[in-house]
Design a protein around this ligand. Structure first.
Ligand code: PLP
Length: 366
């Protein structure tokens, strides 16, 4: 039986290979590897896709969060609130900006930030709230808005896993004040290396990010403030433009695959299926189920050649890097970290592959 990967990047590359080769040949002929027309074109296309006025291409998704925070003026002495169940990068970017991450637990059904707990942690030092649109579904940002407004905090969406996701018809990236996304290769819209983007409707914030990503420099050799080097490579912009044209189709295929898993897994009541929040149109970056004795089940799947994974095995406060946050209590994140299991899901997955995944899974759960 052939292996089934968690994500099949080769199948995706086959669809854009000619376009990428042509675009890369032009970049190579011009030897213009930084900036240039392909980056500007992609920024305009992605901003339009998200329904906002501005996109600034940067080096990766972690930098995108940090740059968004710095553009807002977040720094030492400030607090930023984020969920305990996320990739460490969300907390890392806050700490790198000089601010203090403040965690809240996740909701037991959707695994998104638990909005009911926000009011008890925000205060005068809160400069930003970072809802993470985890696994491809958006957090309920409209419920976070009044809580953020009450303390004068900005909403910075972590939209790394949600390119194309919608909430009440509005795209991820357009729901807060500014949003950061990652184009890491395995994302729904993935580059061929590291890349990220900051999107916003706010022209001033976009301009601040543009300066910061380029050594704080409005013009060559003028550096009124300390910045970074975090630009999107021209070669990556070519890939991303080619893929963006296909993203809606790929996300539709992911939805169909998620619905197929939902149907197949209905026969396995001990497997907890993902819960979608009312008003959400997810893009299924990951299809995450919950099982008892997860490590044994995962090992069984992997032994059968099925590339299942865990997102995430360790909540932020249980990492060494953020052990200072371990005094908090995040029981849902702690409990679910031992149950989560991501099944293979990508646009090209076939019904036969999904049936095989569920067949093997059915032999491993009660
Ligand atoms: C939720 C989340 N935030 C931030 C990031 C960071 O993105 P990058 O790996 O491009 O730095 C990722 C992806 O890795 C992510 O999944």
């Amino acid at each position: 039986m052939t292996a089934i990967p968690l994500v099949d990047l080769a199948a995706q590359h086959a669809q854009v290979a000619d376009e990428v080769a042509e675009g890369w040949a032009e970049v190579l002929a011009k030897t213009a590897f930084i900036g240039g027309a392909p980056v500007g074109a992609f920024e305009a296309e992605f901003a339009a896709y998200c329904g906002v006025a501005h996109c600034v291409g940067v080096g990766n998704g972690t930098d995108a969060i940090e740059l968004a925070l710095r553009a807002l003026g977040v720094g030492p002495g400030d607090e930023c609130v984020l969920p305990a169940n996320t990739f460490i990068a969300t907390a890392e970017a806050v700490a790198r900006a000089g601010a203090t991450p403040v965690l809240v637990d996740c909701a037991d059904d959707t695994l998104l930030i638990d909005v009911d707990q926000l009011e008890s942690v925000v205060g005068p030092r809160t400069k930003a709230i970072l809802p993470v649109h985890l696994y491809g579904q958006t957090a309920p940002v409209e419920r976070i808005r009044p809580i953020a407004d009450a303390v004068g905090a900005a909403i910075v969406e972590d939209a790394a896993q949600s390119q194309g996701a919608r909430r009440h018809g509005r795209a991820a990236g357009s729901l807060g004040d500014i949003a950061a996304t990652s184009f890491y290769p395995g994302k729904n819209l993935g580059a061929y290396g590291d890349a990220g983007g900051v999107v916003t409707d706010n022209a001033d914030l976009a301009q601040r990010v543009r300066l910061l990503r380029e050594h704080g420099s409005p013009r060559k050799y003028e550096h009124p403030e300390l910045g970074f080097n975090s630009r999107m490579d021209t070669l990556q912009a070519v890939v991303l433009s080619a893929k963006l044209r296909r993203l809606e189709g790929w996300n539709t295929a992911r939805r169909a695959a998620a619905a197929r898993y939902d149907d197949l897994l209905a026969a396995l009541p001990s497997v907890g299926r993902p819960v979608v929040l009312d008003g959400n149109e997810p893009v299924w970056h990951l299809y995450v189920v919950r099982v008892a004795d997860r490590d044994r089940v995962l090992a069984g799947l992997n032994a059968a050649g099925i590339g299942a994974g865990i997102h995430y095995p360790v909540p932020v406060h249980r990492t060494g890097a953020f052990s200072s946050l371990a005094t908090g209590s995040f029981p849902v994140a702690e409990k679910t970290a031992g149950e989560l299991l991501s099944l293979p899901l990508f646009a090209e997955i076939t019904p036969a592959q999904q049936e095989r995944v569920v067949e093997v899974l059915s032999g491993l759960v009660p």
